[in-house]
Write a protein that binds this ligand. Structure first.
Ligand code: CTP
Ligand code: MN
Ligand code: MN
Ligand code: MN
Length: 385
């Protein structure tokens, strides 16, 4: 080794979309507690606070080493006073009292359980909490009025809170591919969301579908859904039509972060084979029952419920849709913030608008979008902010 080697300073960029964030990093012992506080802030609808904790955590995920002392953090962006206090406590004591009391709190646990029901958001969960409800079982016992999504969510609660494996995602990919190819030959289907970023498990499986012939993809979703329903593969589905086509202002900036693609939030019935559900998972329609109670589990029924999101995009918007649906959610948020604050541009899952030039910037690939934004290209596997 050279005599006077200096540790090079780490240059940590401010926006998560300027950095590479791998899936596996060195500081989970800090990021997980910070993300508990972020989640708790979401439960109290304190978005600003939640984002602050998530940004802090994301910076630590991008560090190439384990944090051991506070002075290693002094040149890092995004670390607010509160986050630093939590980090300091963990470095000194091994845990943070605030995080641990949050984890143990009745409110946090109830909100976690209630928002864990598919179809239940923070608002509804909070109302139920204030009415004294604590768990999905309480919803049944007190005879709460539930919409169709929530009914499916309660019915398949355990399955939907069991992480989806990559293997299961691959089986579902095959099914979705068969469905789409059957109703629109030549269509293109890609896996998006966490699995595209290299995650080993997910809370759902996300797909984006398009067709090289612009317009061929219109009203595609009902056909896909019909095909899947005929095969008995769906336990639940809610299709939303493309509101982008119909908006009279054309492709102006969508009002919120929600995009307007034709989409389907669904629950698949994934058939699992008898002997080894780990190595031989297969989906089919043999089982016609629609409950996933324990009785059935033990009486030889071999399927489980899996959340699947399907999105259809016109070919001209496919690059934007791909970027927008690959995540992570924080990475997406940071991309939009970068576009707006640093570039005077407006990015959505449909388009990129340049306010200075007053025109839309076209793109045929994610690489081109990063280039338009003046950003170094970050591949999906390093968007795990
Ligand atoms: N997304 C979106 N609009 C929604 C829901 C999701 O644009 N109404 C985008 C998110 O911004 C994210 C991607 O779709 O980029 C995937 O979202 P989601 O499935 O919730 O998260 P994942 O990153 O896939 O994580 P998980 O493994 O938990 O599913
Ligand atoms: Mn590393
Ligand atoms: Mn997902
Ligand atoms: Mn999803």
């Amino acid at each position: 080794p050279k005599p006077c080697e200096v540790t090079p300073a780490i240059i940590m960029k401010t926006y998560a979309c300027q950095r590479r964030t791998p899936l596996k990093h060195h500081n989970s012992f800090l990021t997980e507690p910070l993300e508990i506080l972020a989640e708790n802030a979401e439960f109290s609808e304190n978005e600003g606070r939640s984002i602050a904790f998530r940004r802090s955590a994301a910076v630590l995920k991008a560090l190439p080493h384990v944090v051991r002392a506070m002075d290693e953090l002094k040149d890092l962006p995004c670390l607010g006073e509160h986050s630093l206090r939590v980090i300091k406590e963990i470095l000194e004591d091994g845990t943070s009292s605030e995080v641990e009391s949050t984890r143990q709190s009745e409110q946090f646990q109830a909100m976690k359980a209630l928002t864990g029901v598919f179809g239940v958001g923070v608002r509804t969960a909070d109302r139920w909490f204030r009415e004294g409800l604590r768990s999905p079982l309480d919803l049944i016992h007190t005879g709460q009025k539930l919409n169709h999504a929530q009914q499916a969510g309660v019915q398949h609660y355990n399955d939907l809170n069991t992480p989806v494996t990559k293997k299961e995602a691959m089986v579902i990919s095959d099914i979705v591919e068969r469905a789409v190819k059957a109703v629109l030959p030549g269509a293109i289907i890609i896996l998006t969301g966490g699995f595209r970023r290299g995650k080993e498990v997910g809370h759902d499986v996300d797909f984006l579908i398009t067709h090289p012939e612009e317009g061929a993809e219109e009203r595609l979703m009902p056909k896909i859904v019909n095909w899947l329903e005929e095969q008995g593969l769906l336990l639940y589905q809610k299709t939303t039509r493309n509101s982008y086509l119909e908006s009279k202002d054309g492709p102006a900036r969508p009002p919120s972060n929600m995009d307007r693609f034709e989409r389907c939030f669904s629950i698949f019935k994934l058939e699992q084979s008898k002997m080894d559900s780990d190595t031989q998972v297969e989906a089919s329609s043999y089982n016609s029952s629609t409950t996933d109670g324990p009785e059935e589990r033990h009486s030889g029924s071999r399927w489980r419920a899996v959340r699947v999101d399907l999105v259809v995009s016109p070919y001209s918007q496919f690059a934007f849709a791909t970027l927008g649906w690959t995540g992570s959610k924080l990475f997406e948020r940071e991309l939009r913030r970068w576009a707006g604050q640093e570039k005077g541009m407006s990015l959505s899952s449909h388009a990129l608008y340049d306010s200075k030039q007053q025109r839309y910037l076209q793109a045929n690939s994610e690489e081109e979008i990063f280039a338009h934004l003046g950003l170094e290209y970050i591949p999906p596997s390093e968007r795990n902010a």
